[in-house]
Design a protein around this ligand. Structure first.
Ligand code: G4P
Length: 191
């Protein structure tokens, strides 16, 4: 997606050669027009599947997931990182974050995920794919079908990209980063 790559080139900041800071349009301040286009791009790619729910993990996946769900005309469900006291019956999984070097807990109410669901998973970043593995475990437990995985920024030089492909999922990444270094961002498919 050209426009997204342009945003990343103009606004992204490389930190430690491994982390890309995109606080101006995705991770803190959010650009609604860009999110709308991102949602439309995912819709155009995945519309061949019988998707009835778009799923993400809070927080930064919510904006692109919501825009995509609006295109499909289906609900968006965000998996929570804390267990609210009001959530009594839920699916749970553990996720290890290499970026943050800690394990966190994710959960979703059984009310919102079932064997009747055909899921499109959307997330803002793909690094090592650990968040996706947690979501996959939850979907397996709920007997829901994952029809595809949509990623806004895929750090293809880390392990997540290949992990998801090797598992046979249809992966659509709107920006694929080959490397981050002192010269900036290098995309896998320079356009
Ligand atoms: P993984 O799921 O692919 O293994 O990624 P990892 O656990 O390493 O990532 C943990 C958190 O860091 C995730 O956000 C992920 O989106 C984010 N992240 C990973 N690489 C980058 C990066 O290069 N830049 C930025 N800005 N974020 C990155 P999170 O903690 O769940 O945050 P949020 O969604 O609550 O905002």
């Amino acid at each position: 997606m050209n426009k997204l790559e342009q945003y990343i080139k103009e606004n992204g900041k490389v930190i430690n050669g491994e982390i890309l800071k995109v606080d101006t349009f995705l991770n803190h301040q959010v650009d609604p027009a860009l999110m709308k286009e991102i949602g439309e791009n995912f819709y155009n790619y995945f519309k061949k599947y019988p998707i009835n729910k778009v799923v993400t993990i809070e927080t930064s996946g919510i904006a692109p997931a919501l825009m995509c769900a609006a295109c499909f005309g289906v609900p968006m469900v965000f998996i929570k990182k804390a267990v609210p006291s009001t959530m009594s019956d839920a699916y749970h999984a553990e996720v290890f974050s290499f970026t943050k070097n800690k394990t966190y807990h994710i959960s979703v109410s059984k009310e919102f995920l079932s064997e009747n669901d055909h899921i499109l998973f959307i997330d803002d970043f793909l690094a090592n794919g650990e968040a996706f593995l947690g979501v996959e475990n939850i979907c397996k437990e709920a007997k829901a079908t994952i029809e595809g995985v949509g990623i806004v920024i895929d750090k293809a030089f880390q392990k997540g990209h290949q992990k998801i492909i090797d598992k046979g999922y249809d992966l659509c990444s709107l920006a694929q980063i080959a490397a981050l270094d002192e010269n900036g961002v290098h995309f896998l498919k320079e356009q």
